[in-house]
Design a protein around this ligand. Structure first.
Ligand code: TPP
Ligand code: SF4
Ligand code: MG
Length: 355
C-alpha cells in the first residue's frame, strides 16, 4: 500500500475507534442535547487534576478536539503536563512525550523529522506554558521555526510560572502582582512590560501565527484547523486565565478572558508570513478597569488612596489603546465575527451574555 494509502487507512481506523462526528439525535428528540453534541474524540479526557476553572485545561481540550486523532505531542513541563499525567494515569488519548521545560520545540522537531523519515503524515504538536515559551524554551522554538519544521506550537499563556508557585515570567502583564514581583511599598507589582512574543514569532516569517482566547472557542478552533492544514511551522498563543494565580473566582474564567480581549490588552490577531491578515474587531471597547477589577493580582491598582494606582491604571489603559490603534481593533459597525457577534463560550455550553 502507498504511504498515502497507509495514512488514510490509519486515519479511518482511528476515526472508527474514537469517532469524529457528533452523535445523531436520540430517537424522539428533534435536537441534540448539548451532551450528545460534544465531539466524541477529545484527545484530552476529563479526570485530570487541574484546578477548578483552569483556563489552560479548557484551552488544551479545545485544541485537541479539532487537532486529533492523528497527532503526536511534545509537552514542556508545567501545569498542563503535571495535571494530565500523574503516574500511572494519563488523560491523553494520543502519543504524548514529556519534554524538559526548555526543549519542547526541539523534541517536536525530532519527532517531526522521524515521521518524515518514516513517510508518515502524523502531525506533531508542541505545547508549552508562557514560561516554557516566552522565556526558557524560546531558543528551541526560534530554531524550530527557522528550520521550517511542520509543527504546530501552542503556547498556553497564563502569564506566570504557575506550576511552581506563581513566579513572574516575561509574559506577566505590567503591574501584576506575583510571588516574585509582589506589590507593596517598593513597587506596584511587575515593573516591566509583557513581552510582545507574537511580533517576535512573526519576524520568523512563518506561514501562520495567531493569538486566541478560551473565551472565543469557535475562533480558537478555526485557527487550530487552519494551522493543522499548513505544511510548515505554525504558532498559536492562547490566553488562558488561571484562577489560582490571577486570583479570580473559578466560575469567572471565561468572563475574565473575554474582558481581556474586549479592553484591548489581549488582541486576537492572525499573521501570515509576517503580515497581519485578520483581527477580531471589538464592538464595544471596555475600559481596562473592567478587566483588572475582577482579579486579585491587580487589587492594589484599585486602591484610590494610593496615588501610584491611578498612574499604573493609566499606564495599562495606554497599552490597551496602543493595541487597538496598531491592530485597528475598533469595530465600526456590528460584525458577525466581532467580539460580540462571534460564538462565546458560556457556562453549560450556552452563549454567554454580557455582564
Ligand atoms: C530547567 C528547569 N528550570 C525550572 C524548572 C521548574 N519548573 C517546572 S514547571 C515550571 C513553571 C512552568 O511555567 P509555565 O511554562 O508558564 O507553565 P504553567 O505551569 O504556568 O502552565 C518551572 C519553573 C524545570 N522543570 N526545569
Ligand atoms: S495553577 Fe492555574 S494553570 Fe495550574 S492547574 Fe491551577 S488553574 Fe490551571
Ligand atoms: Mg504559565
Amino acid at each position: 500500500m502507498s504511504t498515502e494509502g497507509q495514512d488514510a487507512a490509519r486515519l479511518a481506523e482511528l476515526r472508527q475507534k474514537f469517532g469524529r462526528e457528533p452523535l445523531p439525535p436520540r430517537e424522539g428528540e428533534a435536537e441534540q442535547s448539548p451532551r450528545d453534541a460534544q465531539p466524541r474524540f477529545r484527545g484530552l479526557e476529563s479526570g485530570h487534576r487541574a484546578c477548578q476553572g483552569c483556563g489552560e485545561a479548557l484551552a488544551a481540550r479545545l485544541v485537541m478536539e479539532c487537532a486529533g486523532p492523528d497527532v503526536m505531542i511534545a509537552n514542556a513541563t508545567g501545569c498542563l503536563e503535571v495535571f494530565t499525567t500523574a503516574w500511572p494515569q494519563s488523560a491523553w488519548r494520543v502519543p504524548w512525550v514529556h519534554s524538559l521545560f526548555e526543549n519542547a520545540a526541539a523534541v517536536a522537531s525530532g519527532m517531526e523529522a522521524a515521521m518524515k523519515a518514516k513517510g508518515r503524515n502524523t502531525k506533531v504538536l508542541a505545547f508549552g506554558g508562557d514560561g516554557g515559551t516566552y522565556d526558557i524554551g524560546f531558543q528551541a522554538l526560534s530554531g524550530m521555526l527557522e528550520r521550517y519544521h511542520n509543527v504546530l506550537y501552542v503556547c498556553f499563556d497564563n502569564e506566570a510560572y504557575m506550576n511552581t508557585g506563581i513566579q513572574r515570567s516575561s509574559s506577566t502583564p505590567h503591574a501584576a502582582t506575583t510571588t516574585t514581583s509582589p506589590a507593596g511599598k517598593e513597587r506596584m507589582g511587575k515593573r516591566h512590560l509583557k513581552k510582545d512574543l507574537l511580533s517576535i514569532i512573526a519576524a520568523h516569517h512563518i506561514p501562520f501565527a495567531a493569538s486566541a482566547s478560551v473565551a472565543y472557542a469557535a475562533d480558537l478552533q478555526r485557527k487550530v484547523r487552519y494551522a493543522m492544514g499548513v505544511d510548515g511551522p505554525t504558532f498559536l498563543v492562547v490566553h488562558s486565565p488561571c484562577p489560582l494565580g490571577w486570583r479570580h473566582a473559578s466560575a469567572m474564567t471565561i468572563e475574565v478572558a473575554r474582558r481581556a480581549v474586549e479592553c484591548g490588552l489581549f488582541p486576537l490577531v492572525e499573521i501570515e508570513r509576517g503580515a497581519v491578515t485578520n483581527v477580531m474587531p471589538i464592538r464595544d471597547v471596555r475600559p481596562v478597569t473592567d478587566y483588572l477589577s475582577l482579579q486579585g493580582r491587580f487589587a492594589h491598582l484599585m486602591k484610590d488612596a494610593d496615588s501610584r494606582a491611578a498612574e499604573e491604571r493609566a499606564h495599562l489603559q495606554a497599552l490597551a489603546d496602543y493595541n487597538i490603534e496598531v491592530f485597528g481593533l475598533r469595530g465600526d459597525s456590528p460584525d458577525a465575527a466581532d467580539t460580540t457577534g462571534t460564538a462565546v463560550v458560556g457556562r453549560s455550553g450556552r452563549p454567554a451574555g454580557r455582564i
